[in-house]
Every structure is written in structure tokens, then in C-alpha cells.
Design a protein. Structure first.
Lengths: 460, 314
């Protein structure tokens, strides 16, 4: 599972490789990426005088004072980029199902526009709308919505049939997709003979077979039991890494949203209250509602080492002498510190006691004190996988990027505080396990009062 | 004080007006009904009774299986043995013609009502009215327009029997899982295609129940229509009533029962995968699946060089 997630992170890393800042930051979007679907100021009001209700809402009226009309979606605007999984998350009644149905015109919008691949869905005629649905956007449904009187293969080929593709070709294409979703050998069965998970694979295959760029998934995995759901999520991510569709995924399950979403829009009472990357939502909730919501999220799966790491208080350069190293550690009250090369490639770590010995012996080379078993972890490791390394490390856990450069450290307290939902609490609690008494160190440094030629770098 | 609402005379004058002004229409309708009836009756009455029994029994075998076929033979032989065969054939012809026309009207109306709420709201009280008005009442204007014969019988049967067909068709289509219909729309299917490929097939059990109801109601109405000279078993029942002939009444009545059961079981079997035809179709499908499995196994052996004993594949 984690491997899949990493794969996806890497894909984005490649896409955004122009700037290291973008790569390190949680926000992976790039302004130059093509927008596959754009929704602007979407409103959906049911009931009489819908237009009046929209005008009132625009003037700042709340959902409760509309009289007879019911506002399902209020002023929803967002862009979905090509190849992105955009998750719309909200509880039942938040308007997310209505929103997704406006995207392909199943529910005509009361106000606002939807554009898919540059084509305007919101003012399309019935025939244009059918053409858009045939070629640009397909859909996966919560309760599968398979045709019960058709076999699996004919269900998968349904979209192709509507596109007007001849029987031989659509059978061949459907067969291929059926294989891809792992249903080979079930082609001639009827949906009722399949388990829920398999039925939804058929639903997914039917949507994929039409080869549209945009895929709408309406609570696609919500009707499945937890184990199957997890399996389907992994399969979706795996497929996505190969196919690179633009997916709009509706769910009420925040854990699911966090797991599969590149970006998440949180909806409440018809309004989108926050749009952001999973880690954004988790670490910077826009309001109390989102904050309450994210309390229950399994942080250890969503957050990566990168998002919780701190700047190390002190890094010692490989070339600096023991004297300089010890000075740094004394000043920062550290019992140990990481050693890096000039380009920040991680070399190992030193203990103050070992360095003190070197200083006392008058040794000018630090290398004999460096221990190479630094146990550093990669920046995209999920928190769940950090606990054991953190337990084994004497120092705050070192985090490196894929070029093996030290990018940060994670003290154990930070790890615990993040899981508790209060990452800032860790800052005050930072301390190092019993450093050598300052007096002892100063005495030793004064005793070996030789010229210090190399410098140690103190990170601020 | 005497308040008398002259609904009776208003309706009577309306029908008189119809009779005076659109008589040509009723004449055309009458000759249409009579032609249709004659054709069907010819089909049932030309061959000897035994051939009809055999043909119907074979049809029963395919529709439901051998037990029903035996039942059909017993039922039809009974009718023959009480000397009601010709009357029974008249009744069946009437029922088939009237039910066929009723279905032809009811299903499109039902579809229309399912697609359009206004139509549904307008149709509902009309159907209630048609279904609850005493059946004999239809016979009066029908008799006025078409005079004595099969035509008034057929028209009053159509009107009387149509309602459940409309209702059950509408109910069936409205009852189709909305998500499945949405799926059709989401993939860009036209409303016509959705109707043909999704709504009608999925509403079929309900529509079939409607057709079954139409046929059963037609039978009961056709017997009543015997009073207006539509002939058949209904005519015999009317005759028995007039002469107080208990024996004849029961012979004709039991024949109606036999026909009712046969027709009910036939229509009940529609689309349910029963009988010889379905058995044969299932066997063919199984044989095809087995062939396909064998081909896949062979392909696997060729591809991978795997060899295992036959039957281990599953």
C-alpha cells in the first residue's frame, strides 16, 4: 500500500521537478498543469423560486432562511488538474452527491458553470451533453448500477456500445479492461453471481472501457466492507499510476479521502469549506469543523516524515575538527549530533563523549568518532513506519531525500505530539538525553587550546 | 324538495351525439374488431379439436414443463367432453383479440405515465373510474354504438381490462433502480435507448404481471359480454340463466375455469425461465461455457507448458 502511495508521490515529484521547493512542500500543484475540469460558482437549489434563492445566497443568506427552497450546493468553485485524484469529502447531506452529478449534467445546475476539457457542460444541449458523457466523462456508482440482465462483459462494453463501436471491437476492448481489473474468467457471469467487490470492479471497468479522461466516482467504495474497500483503493491507485486519469472521487470517509486524494475538498452544508492536499487539511484545518473532522483520521498513514520533521538544531560538517564539533554540541546542549558532507549528504553521527576523548587526546580528525549506523529514513516514509526506527535511534530520527541528503530530523516527542494532533506542543519539550556537563566540556576545550582551523556550522 | 341531477340524460345525449356524428368511426372500429376476431377464430376452429389440444400441449411443455402439458390436455379434453369446444374456441378468440389490443394500449400509456408526472396524475382517476364502474355499464353504450355481436364485447373488454396493465407498467418502470437509469444517462444513452435497454427489461416482471391481469380480466369480461351476443361460453351461461338450466350453466362455467387456469399459467410463465425451452437454452449455455473453459485450459497449457489432470483447472 505504502509502495503505491510512494509511487504516486514520485510521479508528482517528476512532474514538479523544476523546483525543489515545490518538491519539498506539501502542495504538489503546478500552475502550468492543464485543467481537466473547472467548476465555477456552482449552485444547486431544489424547490420553487430557485433563482431567487441563489440571489439571496449570493447576498449572504444562510441555507436556513430560504423558505421553501433547499440549497444542496452553494457556490462551489474548483479546478481539477489532469491526472489528479480530487476527492470531495463530506457527511451525508453535505451536497457532495449533488455536486458530482452536476459535473456531468445529471443534475442541471441552478447557477454557475462546469467545463470539462474546455467544453461547457452547463449550457450544453441534450445532444451535446450526451456526446460529452460518451467521450469525455464516465461515472462509477455507489451501488454499482450494473445492468442485472447483462453479463459482465456486456456490462463492461455498455459505454462502448453507446459510443457506437461495433460488436467485435467493443468485445475485444471490454475483454482487455476486464482482465486489467482482475475479472478474467468471469466475463460470462451475471452481476448477481458476483460479490460486491467484484461488482464494483465491473463498474470501474465499465467506466474505464470508454476511455474518457475524466472519471467521476460517487462513493464508489462506500458500499463495500472494510477489507475489500482497502483492496479496491489500492487497486485504484495502482490503475491510476498506469492510466493517469483525472478522477473526482466522492466519499464520506476522511481516511479514504486522505489515502487516495491528491487534493481534498471538504464540504459542509452545501459549501466547500476547504480545499487542500491531505497533509494541509490535517495540519492546517481551515476552521473548527474541519479540525473536528480530522481528529479521527489515522495520522500515521497520511503524514509522512517530511511533513513532521524539524530542522536539526546542530549539524556537524565532516571536515570540522573535534574541537569545533564539541563547541557546537556544548552550545546547543546536545549529547550527539549528525555529521554531513559539504553538500549535506549524511555521513553518520558522533557522541559528545567520543568527541571529548578525541579533544583530550589532541586528535584533529573527527572521522574516528563518526558512527555510520545513522538509521535515517526516507522523506516519504509514512509515520506508521517511523516508530521502530525512532525507537532504535539514539538521536532524533534523521530524514533524508532520495539523494541521501539530510533534510531534517524527527525527535520522538514530535512523533508523539503529531499523533496527538498537537504538533506544536513538541517544540517546548525538545531536550536531548543527558549531555555532558558544560563545565567538563569547557575545561577540556580550554585544555586543548589549539588553533581551530575548521569551523562548525550551527544551524539556527 | 326534489333535487335531481340529470347526469344520466347528459351522458345519454353525449353518447347520442357521438352516435350521430362519428358513426363512421365506430363502423370502422367494428369491422376492424370483427376481422381480427374472425381471423383468430378461424385459426382455432379450422383444425379438429384434437390437433388444437396437441399443439397447445406442446406449447405448454415448452413454456412450463410436462406437468402443465398434462394439465392442459386434461382441461381441454374436459371442455370437449362436455360439448363446449366450439364455444370455448370463440371465447379464447375473443379474449386473445381483446387482451392483445388492451396490452397494445396499456403498455405505451404506462410508459408515458411513468415518464411524465402530469400524465400519471391525469390517468390515475380515469383508471380508477374504468376499473370500478360495474362491468355491465360498459355494455350499454357499446351496444348502442356497435349493435349486437362481438364488437361491443371486445370494446368493453378492452376498456375494462386495460387499467391494471397501465398501472403495473408504470409501477414497474418507476420502480427500476434510479442509479441504473442514471448509469445509462451518465454514459450518454438516449432516453429511447434507456427505455429499451434498461427500463423495459428491468420492469418486465411487473409488466408481465400486468399482462397476466389483463388476460384474466378479459376472460371475466368476455363471459359477461355473452349477454350482448358476443357468443362463446358467455353466451351459454346467459342461455342457462334464461332457461334456469343448472347443468348447462355448470358445464359452461367449468369450461371457463379450465380456460382461465390454462391462460393464467401460460402468461405466468413468461420471462421466468421455466419449461423445456429454458432447459435447452441453459444446457446450450453450459456447453458453451465448458467449451470456453476447455479452450482456456488448452491455451494455458500451450502458453505455460503446464500440465495437470483434467478437472484440476477449477
Amino acid at each position: 500500500m505504502i509502495a503505491v502511495r510512494r509511487l504516486r508521490v514520485r510521479r508528482y515529484a517528476e512532474a514538479a521537478s523544476t523546483s525543489e521547493k515545490q518538491f519539498l512542500g506539501a502542495e504538489v500543484s503546478d500552475v502550468n498543469e492543464t485543467v481537466a475540469l473547472r467548476a465555477q460558482g456552482l449552485y444547486k437549489v431544489f424547490g420553487r423560486h430557485a433563482d431567487d434563492a441563489v440571489a439571496k445566497l449570493r447576498d449572504g443568506a444562510s441555507r436556513d432562511d430560504l423558505g421553501g427552497a433547499t440549497a444542496a450546493v452553494i457556490d462551489a468553485s474548483f479546478d481539477v488538474k489532469q491526472g489528479e485524484i480530487f476527492v470531495v469529502m463530506g457527511l451525508s447531506g453535505s451536497g457532495k452527491s449533488t455536486l458530482i452529478r452536476m459535473l456531468n449534467g445529471l443534475h442541471p445546475q441552478t447557477a454557475g458553470t462546469v467545463e470539462i476539457d474546455g467544453e461547457n457542460v452547463s449550457d450544453a444541449t441534450a445532444a451535446e451533453l450526451r456526446s460529452i458523457r460518451r467521450h469525455k466523462v464516465s461515472m462509477v456508482f455507489q451501488h454499482f448500477a450494473l445492468l442485472p440482465h447483462r453479463t459482465v462483459i456486456d456490462n463492461v462494453a455498455y459505454g462502448l456500445e453507446i459510443q457506437g463501436i461495433n460488436k467485435a471491437e467493443r468485445q475485444a476492448r471490454a475483454l482487455k479492461i476486464t482482465k486489467i481489473v482482475g475479472l478474467a474468467g468471469w466475463e460470462e457471469k451475471y452481476p448477481s453471481e458476483l460479490s460486491g467487490g467484484m461488482q464494483q470492479r465491473v463498474g470501474l471497468a465499465r467506466a474505464l472501457a470508454t476511455d474518457t479522461d475524466v472519471l467521476l466516482m460517487d462513493e464508489a467504495f462506500s458500499a463495500l466492507d472494510p477489507l475489500i474497500r482497502r483492496e479496491m483503493q489500492d487497486q485504484l491507485l495502482e490503475l491510476q499510476s498506469e492510466l493517469g486519469k483525472t478522477i473526482i472521487f466522492i466519499t464520506h470517509d476522511l481516511n479514504e479521502a486522505m489515502y487516495i486524494g491528491d487534493r481534498i475538498a471538504v464540504m459542509r452544508d452545501g459549501r466547500i469549506v476547504q480545499i487542500g492536499a491531505p497533509e494541509d487539511i490535517l495540519t492546517n484545518p481551515a476552521n473548527e469543523y474541519v479540525e473536528q473532522f480530522v481528529q479521527d483520521v489515522d495520522r500515521s498513514r497520511v503524514l509522512t516524515a517530511e511533513s513532521v520533521m524539524r530542522k536539526p538544531r546542530a549539524i556537524i560538517h565532516e571536515g570540522s575538527g573535534p574541537h569545533a564539533a564539541l563547541t557546537v554540541m556544548r552550545d546547543e546542549q546536545l549529547s550527539a549530533a549528525y555529521v554531513v558532507k559539504r553538500d549535506r549528504t549524511l555521513v553518520g553521527w558522533v557522541r559528545d563523549r567520543d568527541v571529548l576523548d578525541l579533544v583530550r587526546k589532541g586528535d584533529r580528525d573527527l572521522s574516528s568518532a563518526i558512527q555510520s549506523n545513522h538509521g535515517a529514513v526516507s522523506h516519504d516514509t509514512s509515520l506508521a513506519e517511523l516508530f521502530i526506527p525512532s525507537l532504535e535511534a539514539a538521536l532524533p530520527l534523521a530524514v533524508h531525500d532520495e539523494r541521501n541528503k539530510l533534510v531534517g530530523v524527527i525527535p520522538r516527542v514530535t512523533l508523539l505530539a503529531t499523533l496527538g494532533g498537537e504538533p506544536d506542543a513538541a517544540a517546548s519539550a525538545l531536550s536531548s538525553p543527558d549531555p555532558l556537563p558544560t563545565a567538563v566540556v569547557t575545561k577540556a576545550l580550554d585544555a586543548s587550546d589549539e588553533g581551530v582551523t575548521t569551523t562548525a556550522k550551527v544551524a539556527n | 324538495m326534489d333535487i335531481r341531477l340529470n347526469i344520466g340524460s347528459w351522458i345519454a345525449s353525449f353518447f347520442n351525439w357521438l352516435d350521430d356524428n362519428v358513426a363512421w368511426f365506430f363502423d370502422a372500429l367494428k369491422s376492424f374488431f370483427v376481422t381480427l376476431y374472425d381471423a383468430v377464430f378461424w385459426l382455432f376452429s379450422t383444425p379438429s379439436g384434437f390437433i388444437v389440444v396437441i399443439v397447445v400441449a406442446i406449447a405448454a411443455l415448452f413454456a412450463r414443463g410436462w406437468k402443465f402439458a398434462v394439465g392442459v390436455v386434461i382441461g381441454l379434453t374436459f371442455i370437449m367432453s362436455v360439448n363446449q369446444w366450439d364455444h370455448a374456441m370463440e371465447t379464447i378468440s375473443l379474449v386473445l383479440v381483446a387482451a392483445f389490443l388492451a396490452v397494445l394500449l396499456a403498455i405505451p400509456l404506462g410508459i408515458w405515465a411513468a415518464k411524465n408526472d402530469t400524465v400519471s396524475k391525469v390517468l390515475k382517476p380515469i383508471l380508477d373510474f374504468l376499473q370500478t364502474l360495474p362491468a355491465f355499464v360498459y355494455l350499454v353504450p357499446a351496444l348502442a354504438f356497435f349493435s349486437v355481436g362481438v364488437a361491443p364485447g371486445i370494446i368493453s373488454t378492452i376498456i375494462f381490462a386495460m387499467a391494471p396493465g397501465v398501472r403495473l407498467t408504470e409501477l414497474g418502470i418507476r420502480g427500476v433502480d434510479s442509479e441504473v437509469v442514471e448509469a445509462g444517462q451518465a454514459f450518454g444513452a438516449s432516453p429511447r435507448r434507456i427505455l429499451r435497454q434498461i427500463q423495459l427489461p428491468l420492469a418486465m416482471p411487473s409488466i408481465m404481471a400486468g399482462i397476466n391481469q389483463i388476460i384474466m380480466l378479459s376472460l371475466s369480461m368476455v363471459v359477461i359480454a355473452g349477454l350482448v351476443g358476443a357468443g362463446g361460453l358467455g353466451g351459454e351461461v346467459a342461455k342457462a340463466l334464461g332457461k334456469l338450466d343448472v347443468g348447462l350453466g355448470f358445464e359452461a362455467g367449468l369450461s371457463v375455469v379450465a380456460i382461465a387456469i390454462i391462460l393464467d399459467r401460460f402468461t405466468g410463465a413468461f420471462g421466468k425461465g421455466m419449461g423445456l425451452y429454458s432447459t435447452l437454452a441453459n444446457r446450450r449455455a453450459q456447453a458453451k461455457a465448458a467449451d470456453e473453459q476447455a479452450r482456456l485450459d488448452a491455451q494455458e497449457i500451450i502458453d505455460k507448458g503446464v500440465r495437470y489432470p483434467v478437472g484440476m483447472a477449477n
